[in-house]
Write a protein that binds this ligand. Sequence first.
Ligand SMILES: [Zn+2]
Length: 427
Amino acid sequence: MDIDQHAEELASALGQDKEEVRQDLENLLEYSVPIDEAKQSVRRKYGGGGGDGGTPESKAIADLTPDGGNVTVTARVLSVGRRRIRYQGDETVIREGELADESGVVSYTAWTDFGFEPGDTVTVGNAGVREWEGEPELNMGESSTVALESETLDVPQRVGGERDLVDLAAGDRGRTVEARVLEVEQRVIDGRDGETTILSGVLGDETARLPFTDWDPTPELEEGAELRFEDVYVREFRGVPSVNLTEFTEVSPASVEVSDEAPEVDVAEAVESGGMYDVAVVGNVIEVRDGSGLIERCPECGRLVQNGQCRSHGQVDPDDDLRIKAIVDDGTATVTAILGREITEDVYGGTLEDALSAARDAMSREVVAEDVRGKLVGREYRVRGHLSVDEYGANLDASAFDETDDDAAARARAALEELGGDAEVGA
Ligand SMILES: [Zn+2]
């Protein structure tokens, strides 16, 4: 839809002049206001509530759709997070989180402080429904109302934002975690208000480790500190969930157990989660992909070079490197384990220099990949690292790569052979 169509639709719904509505919309769009919010603002200006101007319909959460006009919803508040954003040139603090009723869960954004807390049962009147990351989201503005209900709505979901690190996912808001600061460093970035100091590092609890960014550096945040963080949000950073602390995050002392082990997960489960910072999977290497063994990298950007050509830097004098891209299958799904130079040297049983001299002797760089292929394919490994998912599939950037116990593998093979034999007899 172009702006003309939006203006026409809105003008006819509001019974207003199309040119005037169009002018209002254009003014808002100039401030980079998303079209849906611009339309909401124009609706408010002309006193229009829902899409058809009638009283908003009372709806179950499962029935909310982005094109159904404004609604009334009675729900339990699961979480409340605060975030400062820039909107129409002004800074404003929004509240965001999740609401639930018996039919389902919906996330919300409130542009005004309605004062509700997690656990409250509320009736939200005249709220808009927009689409956010493919799902309907309730949008509460100045024309919305929130009434506290005296009777508590029972919902199956957990009330409150408390979570273990392993349960956090990108898009979560208003979460509370208890964790130990495993690593922390100060960084100066170019923010929208000039140079800003932030903290970044890694948090750990008994279930997982996750990277974090503290946008409003907290003095208590030192390496080894065990802390409770109330009101954090989670977003994806380099393919994995990252915990974000803001000026609204309340930090207090806590006592936290931390596990040195990465959670061991099914590949299918890890892929489904969209990315995990530190996980382990156990599976068989079924293939060593092209681009493994001796490779060449651009000295400028580190990217793979083919025939001396970098995609960004053109003709370069490349650096030699070693790496392996191994496809690991655990029976639920496959993931490409990416092994850097150090682990590749372990697997190969020699250094980069050894590999280069083997390639010279054989007059082919491919001998290194072939050697590695012979060592890995068909064997079972435990791979630990950062798992990220993109349009091409799942990658596991390995920090550790160990063959599983030989005896166990042999027992598994024997058991499989036995099963195969039985199956043949049965058939
Ligand atoms: Zn380059």
